[in-house]
Structure formats: structure tokens, C-alpha cells
Design a protein around this ligand. Structure first.
Ligand SMILES: [Zn+2]
Length: 337
């Protein structure tokens, strides 16, 4: 697609427009490059009073969006998804007149600080820790989440004492102790590459995010992640980071062979679980609905302080998988066709 490519209108024809003499509004994303691969989602109120909900536009415009007016009853916000830029939500000043809205691209990718501890002494563990983080960066950018991961600490197994290894342990039951040690930072995501994760005596996970409140993990810790070197898979870290960023509970796992799945998802989705090694390694998708929640859902670790994340969408309680109320969050499976 060339720079300045025309908009591709994906879901608009049925919701707005129609024969009318009313002036249609237009939108353009300023200074977007082809590499940004912009996708815009519009919620708003039409002159007819109908609510426009999750209309998707692919490209940077300009595009005609029908006659949007100052909202009185509909959620009205526009979200810009792209590669290489933070996710941005704005509320354009729609009026009863013919509006020509110029949207600005978000700043560069929002950085999430990650401390990495390689506990396993396996000679591949350090390489895997680095390549997994790199893969997570690629997957999060490629799927337009607007997020990237900055390695703020990288601790090798050679520098950890036996006592420190014992403090880190092999599962979330040790989170309380770990949190009061120097092997944890509350303002970062802490990832521990351990030899294996022991949850039950006969069960071992590929990865484990400690967001659930349980004995030994009193408050829950979405910023503590264990990764198994024994059962290593290159997409596990990206998956566990997704749990930390709010994809939990009913919006957590998108599917698992033979049990449940959320309509609209396939096994290439990074939050699908229980796959064999080859299938797990091939996972490469987050939906736009998942990326939106990572930034906006109140459960996302990014929103732990409840502070509004300007220019992000701010913290809100997103429905698990579909629009069941007026809080604007696209459905979990909402994505490019
Ligand atoms: Zn999971």
C-alpha cells in the first residue's frame, strides 16, 4: 500500500450514509506512513440519533464517515491502531455541520519495562530469554497493540545464589516472599526463566502468570511471570504478558482444544492454550479487541494505578468478550477481516 493510500471502508455501508442532502463528515490521519498500517475504529452518534458502534476504517484516509454529531446518548470516541505507534483514543468535536476531522498519530510505542531473571542453568536458557522477549516485541507491534517491551534488567543464573534461586521458586505460591525480596520490582514486569514450573506434583506448565489471588500470592501479581525452560515454547512469554495486560478470566484464554473456545478466534491466537509444541510455536495473532483491552481494561497491569494513560484510552471495565453495556470496548474478537 502506498503512502496516502485511500481508505478501505470495512463495516460502514450498512450503518451510515444513505440518500440524503446532509453534509457528510470526513476524517484523515495526519502524517501516517504506509508502514504504520493504520486502522481506525469510530464510535459516535449519527444525526439520526443512531449510535455508530465500532466502524472500522483501514488506511489513513481521507474518508467520508456520514453525519456524526455532538453525542448526547452514545459513547463517542475514535481509536487509532497502528504499527510503530502507541494506541490512541480521541474524542473528535463532531458537530451538526460538515466536519473535517484531522487525527494525529500516537507517539512511539508505549514501553513496558521488563526485568528478566534466568534461573535455569541450561545452556540455551539465556538465548531463549532474549529471543522470547524479542519475539514478544514483534508480535505485539505486528498486531497493532501499540506496546513494546524494554529490557530493564537481565540477571543470569551465574549471578544468582542458591538462596535467591530458592526465593524465586518454581510457581506463584512464592509470590508474597518474592515480592519482599530484591529479586522483584513492583513497577516492572518480572519474568523468571526457571528449569520447570511445578504447580501440582504431576503437572507442569509452559508458563504461569501470577495474576490470581491464591495462598502465597495474597494480592495477585500480574507482573510476575514464570517461564519453563523444560517445556520451552517461543510464544509462551508473549502469552503470559497478555495475561498481565488484562487478558484474564473470561477474556483470558481464547480457546483450548477439546474444551472451550471464544467465537471468532482460532488456534493461531496467542491466548489459545493447550497446544502441542508446533502449534504453540506458530501462534502469531492478537485481535484488535485484545490489543484495546491491554491498553484500556482496568485489569491490565498498565492501569494498576488507575491513572489515565494519556493519550491512551484510560482505564475502564471492558466486558469479557462482547458489547454488553455502554462502556466502549470493541468485542474481544474484533479484528481486521
Ligand atoms: Zn494462559
Amino acid at each position: 500500500m502506498n503512502q496516502g493510500a485511500r481508505w478501505v471502508v470495512v463495516a460502514l455501508a450498512a450503518t451510515i450514509g444513505g440518500p440524503s442532502n446532509d453534509p457528510d463528515d470526513s476524517m484523515v490521519v495526519d502524517k501516517a506512513s504506509a508502514a504504520d498500517e493504520v486502522v481506525v475504529i469510530v464510535d459516535g452518534q449519527m444525526k439520526s440519533d443512531r449510535c455508530l458502534n465500532d466502524s472500522m476504517f483501514v488506511g489513513s484516509g481521507p474518508v467520508t464517515v456520514g453525519d456524526l454529531v455532538k453525542p448526547t446518548k452514545c459513547p463517542a470516541e475514535t481509536t487509532i491502531f497502528s504499527k510503530g505507534h502507541a494506541l490512541t483514543t480521541v474524542r473528535p468535536p463532531w458537530s451538526k455541520d460538515q466536519d473535517a476531522i484531522v487525527l494525529q498519530m500516537g507517539p512511539s510505542l508505549r514501553e513496558v519495562n521488563v526485568d528478566v531473571y534466568v534461573v535455569s542453568t541450561s545452556d540455551r536458557a539465556e538465548d531463549w530469554a532474549r529471543t522470547d522477549l524479542d519475539r514478544a516485541r514483534t508480535l505485539y507491534d505486528q498486531n497493532r497493540t501499540g506496546l513494546t517491551f524494554t529490557e530493564t534488567k537481565f540477571v543470569t543464573s551465574a549471578s544468582l545464589s542458591e538462596a535467591q534461586v530458592a526465593t524465586i521458586g518454581t510457581n506463584c505460591r512464592q509470590a508474597d516472599g518474592l515480592k519482599s525480596s530484591t529479586l522483584y520490582a513492583s513497577d516492572r514486569i518480572n519474568v523468571y526463566f526457571v528449569p520447570s514450573i511445578m504447580i501440582d506434583y504431576d503437572f507442569t506448565n509452559r508458563g504461569y502468570n501470577c495474576f490470581e489471588k491464591k495462598p502465597g500470592n495474597t494480592d495477585g501479581a500480574p507482573n510476575i511471570i514464570y517461564i519453563s525452560v523444560l517445556r520451552h515454547s517461543p510464544t509462551t512469554l508473549a502469552h503470559e504478558l497478555g495475561h498481565g495486560l488484562g487478558l484474564q478470566g473470561a477474556a483470558g484464554h481464547t480457546g483450548e482444544e477439546g474444551t472451550t473456545y471464544i467465537e471468532g478466534f482460532e488456534s493461531v491466537n496467542i491466548m489459545w492454550t493447550g497446544l502441542d509444541s508446533d502449534e504453540a510455536a506458530a501462534k502469531d495473532q492478537f485481535s484488535l479487541g485484545q490489543g484495546f483491552r491491554m491498553n484500556a481494561d482496568e485489569r491490565s497491569w498498565l492501569n494498576r494505578t488507575k491513572a489515565s494513560s494519556s493519550p491512551g484510552p484510560g482505564s475502564r471495565k471492558c466486558h469479557p468478550s462482547g458489547p454488553k453495556n455502554k462502556i466502549p470496548c470493541p468485542p474481544l474478537a474484533f479484528d481486521l477481516p
